[in-house]
Design a protein around this ligand. Structure first.
Ligand code: PBG
Length: 327
């Protein structure tokens, strides 16, 4: 039976029925908001390529957290800009490192805000790679020790969950073992499992000052052409003890999000990355698109593809818009 018996437009006739049959519902509870924390006081430095995003000193960070809590955003991710960088990424795991300090201060003032530090070394190494360099290449197994050490430092500082983004082999197992050995068996791991070597990270590298000083990250991040390999990475991370798996970036990889969602029974996160954010901002700035409409469409599509959690720089705006829609 088809037309004229079937008329799909009947269920699109007004907003009430459209809402009633809507399949995907975006919620503020889906969001994790990534933030950049830096030393100093009174620092609120806008990131040129990411209008509306800032490098924040810890006092300014707390003001920002207060407004996020008011908006109902449940969780934030921290990236750090250290005082100084070195070959061994000391700033990542130092007890008074910038992210450890941010975690302590945030946890003390906002105990219910769910804190998820990104665990990686690239913001802290002088060469900008995600690990220790030996003979011109990132040494996987040496890097694991420092990654685990960083995760431990963050757990000790009050992280609710840790999120390794370095793409070294075996990092989930290394972190799980280190956490369990030191009394943090309750701290979950959200693994950046399918993290692609992507041009969409461009603005982030300006924000976090983490561009590699030689070569690129294709030796450890995934080839954008591969989807089966993403499923393999996800399976390995789950075998190593990941609690949540992530696909990153989101928009050019919606097919990967869907395939991962269909294959696993853990929550799936997707990272709506810096370049995806900046493109919307740039087009909106030029008056070429409707920012609010595009943003909500993008976030809805990520959820429709199968993501349970969305890491997004749009989180505060989207939270505001969702509130308005609810009236
Ligand atoms: C650290 C890391 C990166 C991002 C998240 N964690 C940068 C990279 O891998 O080069 C990118 C986030 C974004 O673009 O918003 N390894």
């Amino acid at each position: 039976m088809s037309f004229p018996i079937q008329r799909p437009r009947r269920l699109r006739r007004n907003d009430t029925i459209r809402r009633m049959v809507r399949e995907t519902e975006l919620s503020v509870k889906d969001f994790i908001y990534p933030m950049f924390v830096c030393p100093g006081t009174g620092v609120r430095q806008e990131i040129e390529a990411m209008p509306g995003q800032y490098r924040l000193s810890l006092d300014e960070m707390k003001r920002e957290l207060e407004s996020l809590v008011k908006l109902g955003v449940p969780s934030v991710m921290f990236f750090g800009l250290p005082e100084s960088k070195d070959l061994l990424a000391t700033g990542a795991y130092a007890e008074d490192g910038i992210v450890a300090r941010a975690l302590r201060e945030a946890k003390a003032e906002f105990p219910d805000l769910y804190l998820v530090p990104d665990v990686c070394l690239c913001e802290y190494t002088s060469h900008g790679h995600c690990g220790v360099i030996h003979d011109g290449d990132v040494d996987n197994d040496e890097t694991l020790k420092l990654i685990a050490k960083t995760a431990l430092a963050y757990a000790g500082a009050g992280a609710d969950m840790v999120a390794p983004s370095d793409m070294m082999d075996g990092r989930v197992a290394a972190i799980r073992e280190a956490l369990d050995r030191t009394g943090y068996s309750q701290v979950p791991i959200m693994a950046y499992s399918a993290k692609y070597a992507s041009g969409f990270y461009g603005p982030f590298r300006e924000a976090a000052d983490s561009a590699p000083q030689f070569g690129d990250r294709r030796g450890y991040q995934m080839d954008p052409a591969n989807a089966r390999e993403a499923l393999r990475e996800v399976r390995l991370d789950l075998e190593e003890g990941a609690d949540i798996v992530m696909v990153k970036p989101a928009l050019s990889y919606l097919d990967v999000i869907r395939q991962v969602r269909d294959q696993v029974d853990v929550p799936v996160a997707a990272y709506n990355v810096s370049g995806e954010y900046s493109m919307v901002k740039a087009a909106a700035h030029n008056g070429w698109i409707d920012e609010r409409r595009l943003t909500m469409e993008i976030l809805t599509s990520i959820k429709r593809a199968g993501a349970d959690l969305i890491l997004t720089y749009h989180a505060p705006d989207a939270a505001r818009w969702l509130k308005e829609e609810q009236g």
